[in-house]
Design a protein around this ligand. Structure first.
Ligand code: C2E
Ligand code: MG
Ligand code: MG
Length: 590
């Protein structure tokens, strides 16, 4: 497309209330380009159209005397509406070749082309006229004022219509800025050029825009967007492309110097005055160097979006530069997530059980159900990697439900084998926990599997237990009502408020592995472990230590008064068959 990029036709943003077209935005004259190797034709044409107005505007003439010269001018000039093109110039096919260049290489699709030839009877093929979007075909004898006027007027009309359609397709009506489609094309253009090394692309997202919309109404929201668009347009250098690529996101492209993120964020330091309101908003930015982009404009937007998400996560009102590693990481995650979905469908997930032992009697008192994923090639993906993925994707709801049911079935098996007081611990993710139907799902699992709820325990991590006290109290109360017990996992790693902990209906504290680990360390000693044991005993909770690997650790914990233990010292997490063997070897099963 051949035009200045700032806004449809004008450098100044002109906000009209009804968003309708305003005459100021149109070019002030029609640019008509005469390409002909005969100077006489140039003279005759300008003479015939001299002083003529078409649709209220005069004509400005441009001249070229060869195809080569024409190409140079077309590369340099913008806004040419019509080309009057001589078919035969330095060569028989010079004119038609030029048409191919205009449409194909230069991608000037708007400009209207009128072919002219000196020899009557010569006419291009119908297909050529169609394929290269040629508007008209005239012999040079038809150079009279009236005939030319009619031909050019028809072409100007066609040009106007095409431009109007382009505007709809490529410009955002609200802000008068290029839209997402257009922005992508512009990035594509840049990526093809060699100067992409010092160019960057940024996505700027207005923070909490939906709240402005909800609070003040859409009209006010629209005006705010317009004001933001205008401020960016007027504050940034002319050669920076500003586009609106989403409801509250803008795309920016320009040189590294022009698109300085702190400068951009600085534009939001003063309030935006909209009608009589003065509004403060902040924005967050994700950026990418065009030289880092592998692929097209679409990919550039994807990369900048990855950076934007990072920035939002860290802090609103900040910016993040995309790095190639980020892209690799994201793609890796996406691949892993796809595989995880597959694994769920193809039963690649299974549950293993790790025994929990009474430190006093040495008896098996419980099992912790732990999820495993074995991939097609037989290797394992650690839960520390795939659980977070299952959480962000929401898959954890279905997976967690499944683990719970499998663990309940195993509990029934263990009880049937004679371990009648053994309990089963199941880890619950906070995503499950916060699901509005969590308690219902839990009830359903209890009735479906028919277990005695007093032998079921749910493990929630300390950080989950400590957030949103009112919600936690209520949910934990509902769980207790069902007769299920609750343990706080990884205790000591979060920031527990003692007063909050005191209120929570919790049965057990699990000392985090890290504190068990440091029991043998002369410097760190077992201070935290000792504190947790003390705390648990004071609050009438059982304390269990996880990650016990050595007898000496068990020894110390026992001396501290810790009730129970779990770890490789006693048994690794095991599939059912191994577990039964383990139980038999310990004499817990006959
Ligand atoms: P967690 O609940 O704290 O589980 C204890 C982790 O410590 C397990 O890792 C277990 O294999 C490991 N472990 C046990 N004893 C020892 C030991 O003596 N030494 C060492 N070095 N490690 C020991 P795993 O199975 O890799 O699970 C990691 C985490 O993934 C779990 O931590 C839990 O937060 C999560 N997870 C596992 N299964 C599930 C599940 O079904 N649902 C949810 N929501 N999370 C799960
Ligand atoms: Mg656990
Ligand atoms: Mg743990």
């Amino acid at each position: 497309m051949n035009r200045a990029e700032s806004s449809p036709g004008s450098d100044e943003l002109n906000f009209v209330d009804d968003n309708g077209s305003d005459d100021d935005a149109k070019p002030l004259c029609w640019r008509l380009f005469i390409v002909d190797d005969e100077p006489d034709v140039h003279r005759a044409t300008t003479f015939a159209l001299n002083g003529v107005h078409i649709l209220g505007r005069p004509i400005e003439f441009l001249h070229a005397y060869s195809a080569q010269e024409a190409i140079e001018i077309l590369k340099a000039e913008t806004g040419i509406a019509i080309i009057l093109l001589d078919v035969v110039m330095e060569r028989e096919d010079a004119g038609l070749n030029l048409v191919k260049t205009i449409r194909g290489d230069l991608k000037l699709l708007d400009v209207r082309i009128i072919l002219r030839t000196g020899q009557p009877g010569y006419a291009p093929e119908i297909e050529t006229i169609h394929d290269y979007d040629i508007n008209d075909y005239k012999t040079k004898s038809e150079l009279t004022r009236t005939k030319l006027y009619a031909t050019v007027t028809a072409a100007v009309r066609a040009y106007e219509q095409i431009r109007a359609l382009d505007d709809l397709a490529y410009y955002d009506r609200l802000s008068n800025l290029p839209n997402r489609n257009r922005f992508i094309t512009l990035i594509d253009d840049h990526l093809r050029q060699d100067d992409s090394h010092n160019h960057v692309m940024a996505i700027l997202d207005i923070d909490d825009f939906s709240e402005v919309n909800d609070a003040l109404g859409h009209q006010q929201g629209d005006r705010l967007l317009q004001a933001v668009a205008q401020r960016m347009k007027t504050s940034l250098p002319d050669d920076v492309v500003v586009a609106r690529i989403g409801s509250d996101t803008f795309g920016l492209m320009g040189t590294v110097n022009a698109i300085d993120p702190s400068l951009l964020l600085g534009l939001f330091r003063l309030p935006f005055v909209v009608l009589n309101d003065s509004m403060m908003v902040t924005a967050t930015i994700g950026m990418v160097r065009l030289s880092d982009v592998k692929g097209s404009g679409q990919d550039a937007i994807k990369d900048a979006n990855i950076a934007l998400k990072r920035a939002k996560k860290t802090r609103r009102g900040s910016f993040v530069h995309f790095s190639v590693e980020m892209g690799i990481e994201i793609r890796e995650r996406v691949r892993l997530l796809q595989n995880l979905r597959c694994a769920v469908d193809t039963d690649r997930l299974f549950v293993v059980y790790q025994p929990q032992i009474s430190l006093r009697t040495g008896q098996v008192v419980g099992m912790e159900a732990l999820l495993r994923w074995r991939t097609d090639d037989g290797s394992f993906v650690s839960p520390d990697r795939f659980i977070p993925l299952a959480e962000t994707s929401g898959l954890i709801i279905a997976i967690g439900d499944w683990v719970l049911r499998v663990a309940c079935h195993e509990l029934i098996q263990l009880h049937a084998l004679g371990l009648s007081t053994v309990r089963m611990s199941v880890n619950v993710s906070q995503i499950q926990f916060r699901h509005p139907h969590y308690i219902e799902r839990l009830k359903l699992a209890l009735t479906d599997t028919g277990i005695d709820p007093q032998y079921l325990e749910l493990e929630i991590t300390e950080s989950v237990a400590m957030e949103d006290p009112a919600f936690m109290l209520e949910t934990l109360a509902s769980i207790k009502e069902l007769g299920i017990s609750v343990a706080i996992d990884d205790f000591g790693t979060g920031y527990s408020s003692l007063s909050h902990l005191r209120q929570l209906p919790v049965d057990r504290l699990k000392i985090d592995r890290a504190f068990v680990n440091e029991l043998n360390s002369p410097i760190l000693g077992g201070h935290i472990a000792a504190m947790v044991v003390e705390l648990g005993r004071n609050l009438n909770m059982t304390v269990i230590a996880e990650g016990i690997e050595e007898e000496s650790q068990a020894e110390i914990l026992r001396a501290m008064g810790c009730h129970e233990g779990q770890g490789f010292l006693y048994g690794r997490p095991m599939p059912v068959a191994d577990l039964n063997q383990w139980l038999r070897a310990r004499g817990a099963l006959s």
